[in-house]
Write a protein that binds this ligand. Structure first.
Ligand SMILES: Nc1ncnc2c1ncn2[C@@H]1O[C@H](COP(=O)(O)OP(=O)(O)OP(=O)(O)O)[C@@H](O)[C@H]1O
Length: 393
């Protein structure tokens, strides 16, 4: 088709879509959606007005401290729990009342949930045989799944003869043998030691990418979430605090909870005097943020790895080294500034306790968060800040 004709054709299609009110649902319908979902036990509201959208084929993580509501979300997706209000949709259709066995999902649990009196093969074959698959197809399926989790030589082993990591792999193979469209994983790696856990993180990610199915992974370990996910939902107290890519969540936490929960952070109170100028620890610093009210109260986040210790002359602040511990590839240092603020710094060189040194950072390393507080608190703080300025004059 010639370019002009192609253009006219596309405009006609666009006009038709608009005039007929057509919706191109198949193109962008999320695989799972929560619309204003809440769940209560009696008066105890453990999930509050949750809205979320999951796209097919991505690795999602629900991250948060114990009791924040992660498993509750997973159980709502799988159908083990029913909403108190709101809707859950699967590929655009409400599934609030669809029973567990009719949802195209499987869960891998922390304690694996394997049948201890069966072999590895029998465990993985369980789902396909319930579905009535032929013996030949079951064998093909189990072999494929055991190859995927690198356990094809262990098919005849009893579950009790396997290590924790191997059991975890069997659990994953067993869940995947049912061909779920969504795999739900509830802290599946928490029983493993550090090294094995790292290996399994890598393998799980690889399996997800190879199969291209949607994974919803629950963890309270922020490092694990950052390493594995396409998209993270940070939860606290039954509420999604922030959602975004690992980089977004780490680099641009939107509130104190997220900044504190994700990685190590130095969080200080400050005032955004004007665009690109922020005031904290009694001084003004250039930064890269704009668009706030003049003198808006903010919180400042500075990551320990973005801070450098230097000579007093080159420091933006002067600090006293209070403590340090060796962490393999860096020293974790606690330093106190002259305002009494405590700073965590990651340094490549060892310091001397009680030494007075300079602390420096770049304008782009100062992350600004809006402050959640009442106007009264803000006015009181602004007055004290203005008093501080008057005293300087
Ligand atoms: N059957 C129940 N009856 C009453 N409250 C419950 C019940 N099950 C869970 N809760 C509460 O719901 C809240 C959320 O629990 P949930 O298991 O979803 O948290 P979580 O973030 O997965 O925690 P963890 O990391 O410890 O597993 C908690 O306060 C918990 O005590």
């Amino acid at each position: 088709m010639q370019p002009v004709k192609l253009c006219a054709f596309l405009v006609t299609i666009d006009l038709l879509i608009k005039s007929e009110g057509w919706e191109l649902t198949n193109i962008s319908t999320p695989i799972i959606e929560f619309k204003n979902v809440g769940l209560s036990y009696g008066d105890d509201e453990v999930l509050k007005n949750i809205d979320l959208e999951l796209e097919a084929g991505k690795f999602y993580t629900l991250l948060g401290p114990s009791g924040s509501g992660k498993t509750t979300i997973l159980n709502l997706i799988s159908g083990q729990l029913t909403v108190t209000h709101g809707d859950i949709l699967f590929e655009g259709n409400i599934i609030n009342d669809v029973p567990v066995e009719k949802r195209h999902m499987n869960t891998v649990f922390q304690d694996y949930g394997l049948f201890p009196n069966m072999t590895v093969f029998e465990n993985v074959a369980f789902g396909p045989s319930i579905k009535g698959m032929s013996k030949k197809d079951i064998k093909t399926k189990v072999t494929e799944m055991l190859t995927l989790v690198k356990l094809n030589q262990y098919a005849d082993r009893e579950i009790t003869e396997l290590s924790g990591g191997q059991r975890q792999r069997v659990a994953i193979a067993r869940a995947l043998a049912n061909d779920p469209e969504v795999l739900l994983l509830d802290e599946p790696l928490s029983a493993l030691d550090y090294k094995l856990r790292k290996e399994m993180q890598y393998e799980l990610r690889e399996i997800q990418q190879r199969l291209g199915i949607t994974f919803v992974f629950v963890t309270h370990d922020q490092e694990e979430a950052l390493a594995m996910s396409d998209w993270i939902f940070v939860m606290n107290d039954g509420v999604i605090q922030q959602n975004g890519s690992p980089e977004d969540i780490y680099d641009e936490p939107i509130n104190h909870f997220v900044a504190d929960f994700i990685g190590e952070s130095n969080i200080l109170d400050g005032i955004m005097k004007t665009d690109y100028l922020v005031h904290f620890t009694g001084k003004d610093f250039e930064n890269v943020d704009a668009g706030m009210r003049p003198n808006e109260r903010v919180e400042i986040v500075l990551r320990p790895e973005d801070l450098d210790l230097t000579t007093i002359e080159n420091g933006k602040l002067i600090v006293t080294i209070a403590d340090q511990s060796f962490r393999g590839d860096y020293y974790e240092i606690t330093a106190i500034d002259d305002d009494g603020n405590e700073w965590q710094v990651q340094a490549t060189n060892k310091s001397k306790i009680d030494a007075r040194v300079g602390l420096t950072f770049d304008p782009e390393d100062i992350h600004i968060m809006r402050f959640n507080e009442s106007e009264n608190d803000f006015d009181a703080r602004l007055e004290s800040y203005e008093g501080e300025e008057d005293a300087e004059k």
